[in-house]
Design a protein around this ligand. Structure first.
Ligand code: MG
Length: 249
């Protein structure tokens, strides 16, 4: 035994007694002492050929809108064609039937091929986490608007780190990791929601703190809430969506 281990063992025996010394000494010197075998993370099928992982809840796979309703709970009024979903202007936002808290979301979207409008009026939609906090969807390929209102911004709060937009008419992807806010029993915020977003594979929101409910006018504020639906915005533009899945965390 090396001299410094011997001295350490003598010191531990002197200060802690024989049993405690043996436990602590093995933790310091035995590599196996820090191996954890239980529990074992369960096996799942990961993303293969852009198909959802086996433990995801599929919200839209191109076939039907069974997982969605309008905001009043009626059948989803948006249009399915060629396995994607398109906003039908003036029918209103849609939301999932199921409510979510912490989650991972995969969603693909496409701004209209026919470019019309400027700024916030071009290819505008949005993804509202828990129905309240908007991750902006906008044709920001060649369309200047306020930076905290462009695609991949937390609307009117935090601009994306870079503009990773593809051309209108091309499919784009958001990978979202969302942590819901925590409120105590008195309804006081104890931890704000945070969001990480990859836009077309590029990090654009890095564990961003959400500052409150999305507001068009005025400062964001928090109001205590439970789990909430995922909501997609009808902003009057023909934005399309496909391959939407979510994993509860
Ligand atoms: Mg929007």
């Amino acid at each position: 035994m090396k001299l410094h281990y011997l001295l350490l063992k003598m010191f531990l025996t002197f200060t802690l007694g024989t049993f405690a010394q043996a436990t602590l000494f093995s933790q310091i010197t035995d590599p196996k002492a820090t191996e954890v075998w239980e529990p074992e993370p369960r096996k799942i099928t990961p993303v293969v050929n852009n198909m959802p992982p086996s433990d995801a809840i599929v919200l839209f796979d191109g076939k039907n809108m069974d997982a969605w309703t309008d905001l009043k709970g009626n059948a989803c009024p948006w249009q399915i064609s060629e396995s994607f979903l398109t906003v039908v202007p003036k029918t209103g936002d849609i939301k999932t039937k199921k409510q979510f808290g912490d989650c991972q979301i995969h969603i693909e979207w496409r701004a209209p091929v026919v470019v019309k409008g400027e700024g916030q009026g071009r290819g505008n939609s949005g993804i509202f986490l828990q129905e309240i906090y908007e991750l902006q969807v906008l044709d920001s390929y060649d369309n200047r608007t306020y930076s905290n209102g462009q695609a991949a911004s937390i609307y009117k709060q935090t601009m994306p780190l870079v503009n990773a937009n593809k051309k209108p008419g091309e499919w784009q992807v958001y990978e979202i990791i969302y942590k819901a806010p925590r409120f105590n029993d008195d309804g006081i915020l104890t931890a704000p929601p945070t969001i990480t977003v990859l836009h077309n594979g590029v990090l654009v929101q890095h564990n961003t703190e959400i500052k409150g409910a999305t507001e068009y006018i005025g400062l964001p504020r928090f109001k205590a809430h439970e789990k909430g639906a995922l909501r997609l915005q009808d902003h009057g533009d023909l934005v399309s969506f496909r391959n939407i899945w979510i994993r509860e965390l």
